[in-house]
Ligand binder design. Sequence first.
Ligand code: TPP
Ligand code: MG
Length: 678
Amino acid sequence: MAAIAEAAGDTSVLARQAEILSRPMTPTRRMADAIRALSIDAVEKAKSGHPGMPMGMADVATVLWSRFLKFDAADPRWPDRDRFVLSAGHGSMLLYSLIHLTGHAGMTIQDLQSFRQLHSPAAGHPEYGEHPAIETTTGPLGQGFATAVGMALAERHLAARFGKSLVDHRTWVIASDGDLMEGISHEAASMAGHLGLSKLTVLYDDNHISIDGDTALAWSDDVLKRFAAYGWATKRVDGHDPEAVAAAMSFAVRSKKPTLIACRTIIGLGAPTKAGTAGVHGAPLGSEEAAAAKAALGWHEPPFTVPQDVAERWHAAGARGAPARRSWLKRLARHNQRSEFERAVAGKLPDNWHEAVAALKQEIADGKPKLATRASSQKVLESLVPATPELLGGSADLTGSNLTLVKGMGSIATGNFAGRYMHYGIREHAMAAAANGMALHGGVIPYTGTFFVFTDYMRPAIRLGALMRQRVIHVLTHDSIGLGEDGPTHQPIEHLASLRAMPNVHVYRPADTLETAECWELAVRRTEGPSLLVLTRQSLPPLRTDVAENRCARGGYVLAEADGPRRATLIATGSEVSLAMDARQLLANDGIAVAVVSLPSWELFAAQDEAYRAAVLGGAPRIGIEAACGFGWERWLGPDGVFLGINSFGASAPADALYRHFGLTPDAIAAAVKKRLG
Ligand SMILES: Cc1ncc(C[n+]2csc(CCOP(=O)(O)OP(=O)(O)O)c2C)c(N)n1
Ligand SMILES: [Mg+2]
């Protein structure tokens, strides 16, 4: 708080504010003041929210939305629109004001009046799906930036595929100090600089303030030098001088590199005592300061009122892109790839897609391959990739381990975006966020790759992908102690449980090549959220040859019924299913009839009707087997079940030795069943 108090008395900021406010009034200033006034009013009415950032960045946003951003308020989903990402999602009233003022349907003044209330499209932070002009959910700082990098990459890829006449748009980001402090922004900026994503522009709200006070408390980066070192073009401007801002944006449009424009602003510009302080970051101004701010700005309207002339200017800005959209529609109408473009953008799979999947499954049934499921996954990709041109893969420097690359994909590289494979480098967090951005952009179905244990580094982006229900597939190999010698740092234990706990995520842990094909099929079809394919390093025997039905689609099923009345049910996933099958044989030798249930997807199984689940799980004692922690298994095992797994951190040794060490062998399973049965 000391820092806040000191900043409040910062005479240099107040002097600068006085100078800015004394500049001749212009129509552009009035447009920006409309954003400020609406933001003040909405936060005041909600008694919560963040007025400082919208007030500080109103001038920059006005220049962007009225002169540069290519959009048409009449059709906010027009595929060739520019993308705008408010990475600093706490400044949500900036975005809602812009959407409202530019005349979009679905963001009325009543919606702004219900800012932060239940069912308002003007939620606390921008939420994808609440309004078509909200391109992505933001709030976790830094992620919007990396998501935008994915959008910019998708644009380049689709431009290479369909040509400039259909795909030629830019990605604009507003990012705050917090965005640029976050680690993910370093990963994403480095990636964008390396690739030379020249149509990406970041407008950095360089206000020197974060929640604790002056950013100097925690930060002394030279941001421009940092971005220059990543290969970006950089500019520094007075963020309250529209002509300087416009000149910098023109520079960005011409630049052959991604561009960072550091816009020196005053947070809460207009607020007589709180401007330039952390006090204006995340709390209502209070009625006195709010009134004084409006007076200082020369804004004399009642709350939530925009004068006619200002409203008209904003509406004109909202319609500015209409001619561009109309001529784009004409180009689309006569384009020879029109139907393919429309199909990809709509997220519909190709007609012949299912034939490729069916042929593959038959081939697997005939060949009965003994493969690690990561290798099975590669085999599946060999079929899926040619049949599904919108699949865009990649890995965080583990291509040869994740087996995510197949012939003919071609690498994405600087200046060559036609490839379908992205070498993300060792940047898991940005990889997952960029994949969200690609999915949000549309026209591609992204998949990523890394070791399962490193979902810890991707988790915030998996979570946002889940919240936004994006179709993103993560290929996560080396899924247990079965990876062996690399040891406990690399052996996932709690990851299955923690990711199964995440809403909208489907976690798949297939047991053999056929199940891997079935799970991939489900993942590619799924449009309601991220799919995680959790795959082994070690080889697994084939368990099934029946291909008539995708049995993984029910999440769990009886792989082998007991010979005779069930004495017990062994329930396992992935690599432990074959152990359960072997244990079943050992028990049969001793006259104990048990069934084996494969449970590759808990989410899908939970969605089945009660009768089906009861029939699969059976009334006999249940034994759960998974080379991971047991958290959550009680759901399937009931109070009388037994769980065989690992509740420590694994160890370094060959995989077979580890399975023996942790008691995950057919003998140990059989012994546990006998003990349970008494
Ligand atoms: C990952 C993450 N950590 C913490 C927060 C909480 N938070 C919201 S805004 C903010 C920092 C505010 O500083 P800045 O980004 O410069 O925004 P400004 O105050 O200038 O608007 C923090 C820590 C968050 N939203 N996301
Ligand atoms: Mg700041």
